[in-house]
Ligand binder design. Structure first.
Ligand code: CU
Ligand code: ZN
Length: 186
């Protein structure tokens, strides 16, 4: 009797250890990665003959996605700023990033106004005399997850201002490109 109950006790202890291990795995970082991302990042690299560079973060906020950017090496003034269709920074002119990210099939527009816009239309970066621009805005329509998620797509900073004219804002060439990826946890 004594031996048998010890064996049962050992088995029970083994089961406790096994379930504790599973609980640890379920809460560990490996499992967290499979959850929905709450933060994304794009590192901007200069196109040929450009010095523009910087970092953009996209983080989940209460009412949308907060976009924070710091870009240097720009000519003073406004520069069109968009999410583009492809997360492809492989071409020297930035054109591999394709056109504006437009999963809802809308016209180009100004995100600060009501009315149609490409989902990727972020307006303009405004560079100061030193060539530095910062941007900090909460966009209610820009999802990090779901069918119109921005992760995996590209970001482009243009040579000229986006004047919100059709079809794509007349912002000219591309001075920096980046790819939006899932950011390392905070
Ligand atoms: Cu663009
Ligand atoms: Zn657009």
């Amino acid at each position: 009797m004594r031996i048998r109950s010890l064996a049962i006790a050992a088995m029970a202890a083994g089961a406790v250890v096994a379930s504790a291990t599973m609980a640890t795995l379920a809460q560990g970082p490996a499992m967290k990665m499979e959850g929905e991302p709450t933060r994304a990042v794009a590192v901007l690299i200069p196109t040929k003959d450009s010095k523009a560079a910087g970092t953009i973060t996209f983080s989940k906020a209460d009412k949308g996605t907060r976009i924070q950017a710091e870009v240097t090496g720009l000519a003073p003034g406004k520069h069109g700023f968009h999410i583009h269709e492809f997360g492809d920074a492989s071409s020297p002119d930035g054109k591999a990033a394709g056109g504006h990210f437009n999963p809802r099939g809308k016209a180009h527009g100004d995100p600060s106004k009501a009315g149609p816009r490409h989902l990727g239309d972020l307006g303009n970066l405004v560079a100061d005399e030193s060539g530095k621009a910062t941007y900090d805005l909460i966009d209610p329509d820009l999802p990090l997850t779901g069918p119109t998620a921005i992760i995996g797509h590209g970001v482009v900073v243009h040579e000229k201002a986006d004047d919100f004219g059709q079809p794509v804002g007349n912002a000219g060439g591309r001075v920096a490109v980046g790819v939006i990826g899932v950011a390392k946890g905070m």
